[in-house]
Design a protein around this ligand. Structure first.
Ligand code: ADP
Length: 352
């Protein structure tokens, strides 16, 4: 709802969309933009050099929509993926916490790629990294840069990296990074998306060579579409696979327990795990949601009115509810797709 169309007003009816090139001395800025700029000012009360030539409304968009001050995900919220967690801790969290130790030979890469099927916890890992490293988290979907910000993507990218620079340590999470850094489509590639990509690579180059405490995490379901330049810059490449049977059991228990609905036996849980081979973490979440509707649907079928239904009268969620839900919620990833990830992991992955 807070999206600001990337259209410059000609001074007429445009309201807050007025185009401004400088933040200095502009009384026309509205209150929220002013407040946001104040928060970006250094201890001297001045806007940092890097941000001075950027448009206030883009800085405001980055601060309000892309920056997440409290990502609120911890390692313990993520099921399984033990190996990935261990590697990420060593490769990126420790260096963000102790930049004094991780320099010279130990200096870390500044780019991390998380690839694998959709809904396996890549975004969660990004948020957890920011949480554990006490870093500011920035989330942007690369496809929005090309769809929502037509013609303005480059400026937004500059604003994003500029604000991240002032909010170090920072983690910039770029979802669907393939749509930004895909292999050049020879003639087909639009001039604007080529410029956007170049700008992005320039920004990455900038903080890679400096002493900045910024980590870029790219996430993709289509790693094979990344070009060589992108692969080179994303030095660590971690495969985030579908959850194991244990991880699926953990997700079921964790979600139901949160609502006090977990009453399944170990045998029931292991039956559900057998039946959910190939389900992603987000498929599991949808399955649990659907199954937990079982007791409610049954009560309503028995003629109890929804307004009269007492929570304590509802029966617990059973194996049968899961079996019913399995007919509705199908796995979203096909076995064929998995081969693509595994092959790419063998060829380019860091842990293969
Ligand atoms: P991705 O970024 O890989 O597409 P997300 O991290 O956005 O996937 O996960 C989507 C949702 O699926 C999460 O909000 C969470 O509820 C669930 N989920 C996915 N993977 C896991 C996991 N490993 N542990 C716990 N929940 C998960």
């Amino acid at each position: 709802g807070n999206f600001i169309p990337p259209i410059k007003s000609n001074g007429g009816t445009g309201g807050s969309m007025t185009s401004r090139n400088s933040s200095k001395g502009d009384d026309a800025l509205d209150e929220s933009t002013k407040k946001c700029l104040e928060m970006l000012c250094g201890p001297d009360g001045e806007l940092p050099e890097k941000l001075r030539n950027l448009e206030p409304r883009l800085l405001e968009h980055v601060s309000n929509e892309i920056m997440d001050r409290d990502p609120n995900v911890r390692w313990d919220d993520i099921a399984g993926l033990e190996h990935a967690k261990k590697c990420v801790t060593e490769m990126v969290i420790w260096p963000l916490l102790r930049p004094d130790i991780f320099k010279g030979c130990r200096s870390p890469g500044r780019g991390l790629l998380l690839f694998g099927p959709p809904g396996t916890g890549k975004t969660m890992i990004g948020k957890a990294i920011a949480g554990e490293a006490k870093a500011t988290f920035f989330y942007i979907s690369a496809s929005s840069l090309t769809s929502k910000w037509i013609g303005e993507g480059e400026k937004l990218v500059r604003a994003l990296f500029g604000v991240a620079c002032c909010r170090q340590p920072a983690v910039i999470f770029v979802d669907e990074i393939d749509s930004l850094l895909s292999q050049r489509k020879s003639e087909g590639e639009h001039e604007s998306s080529r410029r956007l990509k170049t700008q992005f690579l320039i920004e990455m180059e900038g903080f890679d060579s400096g002493n900045e405490q910024i980590l870029l995490i790219g996430a993709t379901n289509r790693p094979q579409e990344l070009d060589e330049a992108a692969r080179r810059r994303l030095t660590k490449r971690l495969y985030i696979p579908l959850p194991s049977s244990e991880a699926r059991a953990w997700i079921i228990r964790n979600l139901l327990e949160k609502d006090g609905l977990f009453k399944l036996t170990d045998d029931d849980t292991s039956t559900i795990c057998k039946l959910t081979e190939g389900y992603s973490g987000s498929d599991m979440k949808n399955l649990v949601k659907d199954a937990s509707m079982g007791p409610l649907r049954e009560a309503l079928r028995q003629g109890i009115e929804i307004t009269k239904l007492r929570k304590e009268d509802m029966r617990p969620v059973t194996l049968q509810d899961f079996e019913n839900a399995l007919r509705e919620v199908r796995p979203s990833v096909s076995p064929n797709e998995l081969h693509t990830y595994e092959n790419w992991n063998k060829q380019f992955g860091s842990l293969a």
